[in-house]
Design a protein around this ligand. Structure first.
Ligand code: LM5
Length: 460
């Protein structure tokens, strides 16, 4: 054990009510909205084939011209209710919004800079409006905050001399003040999602990341903070030099998911975030992004994948510069949400199903009360799947959630060997219904007969 002042604050996951609530959400809505939403990946008539929020860097846009976009951020079509409607349609239980991205533009009227939404034509307090709209629908709101800041004169990527050290100390003070301000102005915020913490300058100031976590937790009881904020005394990120997770959940899965058979992931709380287009977080209008939008069933697959390993899935939306949601994203949210409305029993409040190996045709999840679900995201053309149960168990019942080709309710299965069964689901699923989900009920293989009679369709 290395002695650390700024390492992990605990060895085990949090078990308080606020953390339990976050853990059970499973599906969240990420929102990237800022000045980059206006050009939306196009500058001077040319599509820039890179993440839209990186446009000022990639297209080397002069600072003044970027800042002038604030005059066009009129919010002509911004209605927080419609954003919240989209979250409800998706079945999201929480939302995480960019309060400040790498370009330094702030969505709230910060006293510590002039570069904020309060100085745009509408002057609206969009964070307050969004919190009100989302919380009225029972959806928690979290704040994304980029520590990296391309605009602030005191930001440094590296600290090479005393002048850098002094400047960066001023920067950290500025960022701390902004975070204090966010906590004070919006005390119902449920969590913070930090980004842009990978540079040497931040890694050399692990104490500050520890101090931010402490400050937020002192001001907002129960607040949940991601691991990406944190660096320890030695500059180790996410996980400290003793191998313990810093912050409350692991947030390193960006546009990628853990391997579905890597059960070690389930030992920690974690969240993966994902774009709808292949690789842009801010709205990108060009075909480079719009021709790569994910299929709703691909999103469902990822949600089940994350749930099966005890993680949350944060699906990103890039509203447009006028404040409207992109229709294609609303459509995807709606399709995914329709599936969740039928099959959410296998997702919300569910997690890793100990003893159930990754089956290849999809995922197993388990509810808080111990019910096991088989989410069939890659249904075999044979119309059959094999269920390998944990040793010592027999199959008692297989019940389809919603409606499949063979109707709803109990499905036929046959025993192939001890704890190995085959379930007949009738071939490709009903058009438009998406992945099938079975609630799988088991009983002890030998010994006393279980409370439930074995399924009469067992053909052994
Ligand atoms: C690196 C290269 C191209 C795009 C993104 C990245 C690394 N990711 C980020 O800088 C930010 N994290 C995402 C959650 C999103 O905010 C992205 O801009």
């Amino acid at each position: 054990m290395i002695e650390l002042k700024y390492g992990a604050s605990r060895a085990e996951p949090r078990h308080d009510a606020a953390m339990q609530r976050f853990r059970e959400h499973r599906v969240g809505q990420f929102i990237h909205w800022g000045l980059y939403s206006l050009p939306a990946g196009r500058w001077e008539g040319k599509d820039v084939e890179f993440a839209a929020e990186f446009l000022p860097r990639v297209a080397k846009i002069p600072q003044q011209r970027w800042e002038a976009l604030a005059n066009d951020f009129t919010l002509a079509d911004f209605d927080p209710q419609r954003w919240a409607d989209t979250a409800v349609a998706l079945g999201a239980r929480y939302m995480t919004i960019t309060t400040k991205h790498h370009d330094g533009f702030c969505l709230w009227p910060s006293a510590h800079t002039d570069f904020h939404m309060g100085n745009t034509p509408s002057g609206r307090d969009v964070l307050a409006e969004l919190i009100q709209a989302y919380e009225a629908r029972g959806i928690d709101v979290n704040f994304y905050y980029s520590v990296l800041d391309w605009r602030h004169p005191d930001w440094r990527f590296r600290l090479e001399n005393d002048a850098d050290n002094l400047a960066f100390a001023r920067y950290l003070d500025f960022a701390m003040k902004q975070l204090e301000e966010l906590a004070e102005r919006y005390p119902s915020v449920k969590g913070f999602w930090f980004d842009g913490t990978w540079d040497e300058s931040v890694k050399a100031n692990g104490w500050w990341t520890w101090e931010v976590e402490r400050m937020l937790k002192a001001r907002i009881p129960g607040v949940v903070v991601n691991s990406r904020l944190r660096a320890d005394d030695l500059g180790a990120r996410h996980v400290d030099s003793n191998g313990l997770l810093m912050g409350d959940y692991e947030s390193g899965y960006e546009r990628r998911l853990p391997e579905p058979w890597d059960h070690s992931v389930a030992a920690r709380d974690w969240e993966a975030c994902m774009t709808i287009p292949q690789a842009s977080w801010g709205y990108h209008q060009g075909p480079w992004a719009q021709s790569t939008l994910k299929h709703p069933w691909d999103v469902v697959d990822m949600i089940a994948h994350c749930t099966s390993l005890g993680g949350n899935f944060l699906l990103n939306f890039g509203p447009r510069g006028d404040g409207s949601m992109a229709p294609a994203e609303v459509e995807i949210a709606t399709r995914v949400g329709e599936w969740l409305a039928v099959n959410g029993e296998a997702i919300y409040g569910c997690g890793f199903a100990e003893g159930w190996d990754y089956p290849g045709w999809g995922y197993f999840t388990r509810s808080g009360s111990g019910e096991v679900f088989a989410v069939v995201t890659r249904a075999p053309a044979s119309g059959r799947i094999r269920l390998r149960l944990p040793a010592g168990l027999a199959l008692a019942d297989v019940r389809l959630l919603g409606k499949g080709l063979l109707g709803s309710g109990t499905y036929p299965f046959k025993r192939l060997a001890d704890s190995l069964y085959e379930v007949e689901f009738g071939g490709r699923q009903i058009e438009g219904a998406g992945p099938l989900v079975f609630a799988v009920e088991t009983c002890a293989l030998a010994g006393p007969v279980s409370a439930k009679e074995p399924n009469p369709d067992v053909l052994d």
